[in-house]
Design a protein around this ligand. Structure first.
Ligand SMILES: Nc1ncnc2c1ncn2[C@@H]1O[C@H](COP(=O)(O)OP(=O)(O)OP(=O)(O)O)[C@@H](O)[C@H]1O
Ligand SMILES: [Mg+2]
Length: 283
């Protein structure tokens, strides 16, 4: 569905490449989680997958970026926005500034695509129910908390029903309950065949919901794999990427001789429960 091959990129007037030799494959109807330290190039990569780079931000892009069979590096931004929705990192910047109510704000993109009025209403109501923001529909987009703005920004992308949605730290402003809800919505969207790329620091949720994880470091994607394998990888610390608390507990237990080296590190709560139960019964 998404295929980046040997992609390199430099911002306009930048001396050095921000990304270099990036390869990425994301299957249709899957959730890809992308992690990386602050400044590693996650937002840059998100914009490349969504076609904003190079069409809006300029700069020098090389390699190929294929999304849903289209080559985004050569096509237009209009081409790109019909296949990929991008939820940008700061929800405040996503608000169009052209609309007085949240309802109109969410409908803004549909309006631009010329969607009939009654269908537009129906889809806005549907997405508002999904994200539990019905009570905000008549409010001003500017009279919202950061978390509420974030949900509105997510709603205005989901409502477009693009085959691919790219989200750049979409839960940064949300509380734990809001965060879990967003991940549940993403899993439900995946069931409908939508492909999701999420840049996120909340690793335990990625472990539960993502099909694959990819690590951005050293200007490239340095590791891709099943979430459990990636999160247990010893090299994460060297790339300034954290891991789950269960991996950390497993490592401490190993250091203290409580967990033999041949036992794989637990990544989730369920795995930790199993591993420590077994070790206890062996003793
Ligand atoms: N418009 C720009 N022009 C020049 N350099 C830029 C521009 N935007 C970002 N950069 C540089 O590109 C690198 C990667 O930035 P990017 O925003 O992609 O990282 P990030 O992983 O998203 O960081 P964060 O976790 O803080 O969101 C940084 O060194 C940054 O300074
Ligand atoms: Mg970023």
């Amino acid at each position: 569905m998404i295929s980046l091959t040997d992609v390199s990129y430099a911002y306009p007037d930048a001396e050095a490449l921000t990304l270099e030799h990036v390869d990425l494959e994301v299957e249709r109807g899957s959730i890809a989680g992308i992690v990386g330290a602050s400044g590693a190039g996650k937002t840059t990569l998100a914009k490349i997958i969504a076609g904003f780079i190079p069409h809006a931000d300029g700069g020098e892009l090389s390699g190929t970026v294929r999304v849903d069979g289209r080559d985004l590096s050569t096509g237009s931004l209009v081409d790109a926005v019909s296949v990929v929705g991008l939820v940008i990192q700061n929800p405040f910047n996503q608000i169009s500034g052209a609309k007085y109510t949240v309802r109109e704000e969410i409908a803004f993109g549909l309006e631009n695509f010329g969607t009939p009025r009654d269908e537009m209403q129906r889809r806005v109501d549907e997405v508002a129910a999904l994200l539990r923001i019905e009570h905000l529909l008549d409010r001003s987009p500017y009279a919202l908390s950061g978390g509420q703005q974030q949900l509105v920004a997510i709603a205005s992308m989901i409502v477009l029903r693009t085959p691919v949605i790219v989200m750049d730290e979409p839960t940064a402003q949300l509380d734990p309950a809001g965060t879990r809800m967003v991940f549940d919505v993403l899993s439900a969207l995946r069931e409908t065949g939508i492909t999701i790329v999420i840049f996120e620091h909340k690793l335990e949720l990625l472990q539960q919901h993502a099909d694959r994880l990819h690590v951005v470091a050293d200007r490239s994607i340095v590791l891709s794999g099943a979430p459990d394998d990636v999160l247990a990888d010893d090299r994460l610390a060297q790339w300034a990427v954290g891991t789950t608390r269960y991996v950390t507990a497993g490592r401490l237990a190993r250091e203290r001789g409580l967990l033999p080296p041949e036992v794989p590190l637990p990544v989730s709560f369920e795995q930790a429960e199993r591993v420590f139960d077994r070790e206890r019964s062996v003793r």
